[in-house]
Design a protein around this ligand. Structure first.
Ligand code: TTP
Ligand code: MG
Length: 390
């Protein structure tokens, strides 16, 4: 009887029970965030930028320098430059420090982000991407709830991203999303913070309440009025008081966040919307045949992905990164979803041919993407599509 009562209690406790319904395991949740993502991608592509201030900017086009900084590398941040700052102001701060100003190339960062998410998805139990460079993950079941094992998993993830993309990231591991996110924030850049269930309370207590996910300037000022500055102080505040001040839902959330008992599970991300591969060419070239040959492995990879996930596609895109590092694309969209991957091989050379003609420049990197994914069984197969109507 005792055992049954204990069991029920544990199942109701949000800190117990894995995502796959495995009871009794302490939850192991991670948060990963790539360091100065857009700027780091640019550094990897052009290593001579390392050590110099780099800002990746969105130009509005109104005047030469109107627009904002999308992100800055850590060198530029030393001069007080940050995301969202007007380009003019950032340039002023970096004057005399040999800054590199780069136009944002969203397409390029997205291709890399997708590749990383795909790789991550294979290394964790559940992956929930939450932005272009960040995701929550759950490794409760694969680590058996063991935090030393969790450390090894996080280290393997970091090593894998370094190996495949040469990019650094920060990871936090804890028993809830809020704790994991605090861990990755604290680990920036390049670090790893493991907050085991036993150390959660002492980890959280001294932190500023404003560091908690979802606590912005407004909430912070109300908390200050209540004489609450640290997470420890927030944790000790009566739940009734918090609910009275912040409403039932947010009041409860604050209490849970402050005690590391927020129970929001890691939910598998949306279905993939595209598969892509990109390579650096052995030499710069305009020759579509040469480009296609070097993309052969990449196309094979995409074919494999389509087959194993049972997906059809509607669009094939050729992605060319030119010698000036700008990204150009050319797509072909089929009238109906198709599931024969040989169509990729047939379409890609012509797309690169067109791309090469329209840009008139050599490619430095090249990629293939298929998108408009659907489930094969719901689509007309190519052979059915091509079969003459009777
Ligand atoms: P962040 O992860 O917030 O920032 P970051 O990766 O540049 O730096 P770090 O994580 O090391 O602190 O955002 C990821 C990317 O999203 C960032 O590289 C550029 C883009 N971004 C914007 O375009 N505008 C913004 O205001 C922010 C915050 C990010
Ligand atoms: Mg980041």
């Amino acid at each position: 009887m005792d055992e049954i009562q204990d069991h029920t209690h544990r199942l109701q406790n949000p800190l117990n029970g894995g995502p796959q319904g495995i009871p009794f395991l302490p939850k192991v949740i991670g948060h990963i965030d790539l360091d100065y993502f857009y700027a780091q991608v640019e550094e990897v592509e052009n290593p001579s930028l390392k050590g110099r201030p780099v800002i990746v900017c969105v130009f509005s086009g109104r005047t030469e320098d109107s627009g904002v900084v999308s992100t800055a590398n850590y060198k530029a941040r030393e001069f007080g430059v940050h995301s969202g700052m007007p380009i003019v102001q950032a340039k002023k701060r970096l004057e005399g420090h040999d800054p590199e100003v780069i136009r944002m190339d969203h397409e390029k960062y997205e291709v890399i982000s997708n590749r990383i998410m795909e790789e991550l998805g294979q290394m964790v139990d559940v992956l929930e991407p939450t932005g272009i460079d960040e995701a929550f993950f759950d490794v409760t079941s694969s680590t058996g709830g063991d935090y030393s094992q969790a450390r090894r998993s996080a280290e393997s993830i970091k090593a894998a991203i370094t190996r495949s993309e040469n990019l650094s990231c920060s990871i936090g591991i804890g028993r809830s999303k809020v704790v994991a996110k605090l861990g990755s924030d604290m680990a920036k850049p390049g670090g790893l913070t493991i907050i085991s269930p036993e150390t959660t309370e002492s980890f959280l207590a001294p932190l500023d309440a404003s560091k908690l996910y979802g606590v912005g300037p407004k909430t912070t000022s109300v908390l200050e009025e209540m004489d609450i500055r640290t997470v420890g102080e927030l944790a000790k505040t009566s739940p009734t008081e918090l609910e009275r001040r912040f409403g039932r839902k947010f009041g409860r959330y604050l209490q849970a966040a402050a005690t590391g008992t927020d129970a929001d599970p890691v939910v598998a991300g949306l279905e993939p919307v595209q598969f892509s591969r990109i390579v650096t060419l052995r030499r710069n070239t305009r020759d579509p045949k040469e480009v296609t040959e070097q993309l052969s492995e990449g196309m094979k990879y995409i074919q494999g992905k389509l087959t194993s996930s049972g997906k059809s596609f509607k669009t094939v895109t050729a992605v060319g990164i030119l010698t000036d590092l700008s990204t150009k694309t050319k797509s072909k969209t089929f009238e109906t979803a198709v599931s024969d991957p040989t169509l990729i091989r047939e379409t890609v050379p012509a797309l690169f041919d067109e791309l090469s003609k329209t840009t008139g420049k050599e490619f430095r990197r090249a990629g293939v993407r298929v998108s408009g994914l659907g489930d094969v069984e719901n689509q007309t197969s190519l052979s059915e599509f091509l079969r003459p109507a009777r």
